[in-house]
Design a protein around this ligand. Structure first.
Ligand code: NMX
Ligand code: MLT
Length: 436
């Protein structure tokens, strides 16, 4: 079977040739006019960032031309699992090819084998107090680990630019194993469990992670982790990914680059919405009970809007339809119903909210472009139902986004793409341009 290095290497000549063609034959060809709205509105609608591993439009998410549903059917599953395999999806993101089941297992074993932390890094991690947020601990740990970056060593020892992708892939694979291990250990530390457990190369990452956090026997949780990590590997230039892209474009090594992505996720408009949505729905449940009527929902959520609150889990900066990931999350719930009546009522409350809140948003938030729920309306709520406390949700999803983004990072190096440096302009300069 191929190694991931072979498979990436095999794809480089054709992608590099395409890059050369674009940069020679079409270098000055316009693709779009830049409007004032593009500039004023956070580059909304502006197609201006190269993203090799996904195509993101207003109606969906595609990776190398395939929808999530198509990939679900196409990619091999982990033995005994019915869900998509994050390792298989990651391989696909890196290479645009479907791995064989044997390649997935070798790839997963390689990643797990790389998870082990140097002793001094473990000591550093154990010394971090537990009264700081898990994401703060993970960010500190990643910046500590930057001293082991193989990419950094290669850069400082003058390795040729054409070869740097190999060293970034080394780091990317190390960090793919290490980040779930660190997050799992942050959880274990917070709960007073042993933080010494390692990853077994015969289990996949989701199972290894579950073992660290004491959920080894919760098969539904392991399956859900697989699904979630697949769905959240990449969604183009979202805030977390764009933050990593920008920093990585100046050749910051993978560990620090990923720490930047976690920082990018801390905003309530982006990944913090996952935990906010759980807390919001828990508040609704304690005020209205498990089965509120549409009128009760309208009054409750209407009051939140009157107070100027953002309703977490609704709207999207890019998608203009319900988030396609939501359908897969819902299907998981339908096929893995909880036997706990409390969990069941919490999850049905969210379904009820998802059905009704968009009508209210349409009525009350006139300028809102997409009143539908996004995946964050549900993903964290399911994890909460499996007993994962809300303070670990950001880190849980950071595992997936970090792994996914690294496949873009190595392609940035393989194609020798430039450092990001857009031109900026003031409002006065903007006005002068449109009035001339
Ligand atoms: N609750 C209240 N107001 C909202 C919401 C919401 N959920 N969504 C959008 N609006 C408002 C928005 O604040 C803006 O108001 P104003 O004109 O006063 O500035 C107006 O509606 C128009 O916003 P849009 O152009 O539709 O959306 P935009 O691209 O600016 O923002 C989000 C997109 C995702 C930031 C926004 O919908 C939001 O804040 N949603 C809630 C937080 C959330 O769920 N974020 C997670 C998104 C998905 N993810 O994975 O990151
Ligand atoms: C994501 O997956 O990061 C979300 O869909 C947010 C985005 O892409 O803007």
């Amino acid at each position: 079977g191929r190694t991931i290095f072979d498979a990436v290497s095999a794809r480089i000549p054709s992608r590099a040739a395409l890059a050369v063609k674009l940069m020679t034959k079409y270098r000055d060809s316009p693709i779009q006019e830049v409007t004032v709205e593009n500039v004023m509105n956070g580059m909304r609608g502006l197609q201006c960032i190269l993203w090799e591993i996904s195509e993101t439009g207003a109606t969906g998410i595609r990776h190398h031309g395939k929808s999530l549903q198509e990939l679900e059917a196409l990619l091999p599953k982990w033995p005994g699992s019915t869900q998509m395999s994050p390792e298989a999806m990651l391989w696909y993101l890196y290479t645009a090819t479907v791995p064989t089941p044997a390649e997935v297992q070798t790839f997963a074993a390689e990643i797990s084998a790389r998870a082990e932390l140097p002793l001094e890094a473990q000591t550093f991690f154990d010394s971090l107090p537990t009264n700081i947020l898990p994401e703060a601990q993970v960010i500190m740990m990643l910046t500590f680990l930057s001293q082991y970056s193989k990419f950094n060593t290669a850069v400082s020892s003058g390795v040729s630019k054409d070869e740097l992708w190999r060293y970034s892939l080394e780091d990317a694979l190390d960090v793919a194993g290490r980040i779930p291990l660190i997050v799992g250990r942050a959880y274990a530390k917070g709960k007073g469990l042993s933080t010494k457990a390692g990853f077994s190369p015969s289990s996949d990452l989701a199972h290894n992670f579950a073992r660290l956090i004491g959920k080894d026997s919760d098969l539904d949780f392991i399956e859900f982790t697989r699904l979630c990590w697949c769905l959240y590997l990449d969604h183009g230039s979202s805030v977390s990914s764009h933050a990593m892209r920008l920093v990585g474009s100046a050749w910051s090594e993978p560990y620090t680059t990923i720490a930047t992505g976690i920082v990018g996720g801390t905003g309530p408009l982006h990944a913090k919405a996952i935990a906010d949505s759980v807390n919001f729905n828990l508040d609704v449940m304690s005020s209205l009970g498990a089965a509120p009527t549409k009128d009760e929902i309208f009054t409750y959520v209407g009051n939140c809007l009157t107070q100027g609150q953002i309703i977490p889990g609704y709207g999207h900066a890019l998608l203009r339809v319900p988030d396609p990931r939501l359908e897969l999350l819902r299907r998981f719930l339908d096929t893995h119903p909880s036997s706990d009546p409390k969990v069941h009522s919490f999850l049905s409350l969210i379904r009820n909210m998802n059905d009704n809140v968009p009508d209210l948003l349409r009525e009350r938030v006139r300028g809102m472009k997409n009143p539908h729920p996004n995946g964050d309306a549900l993903n964290g709520c399911i994890l909460h139902a499996y007993g994962l406390p809300t303070e670990y949700l950001l880190c849980f999803f950071a595992c997936s986004r970090a792994m996914g983004f690294m496949s873009q990072y190595i392609w940035d190096r393989a194609l020798g793409l430039s450092m990001e440096r857009p031109l900026s302009l003031t409002m006065d300069e903007l006005l002068a341009k449109v009035q001339k």
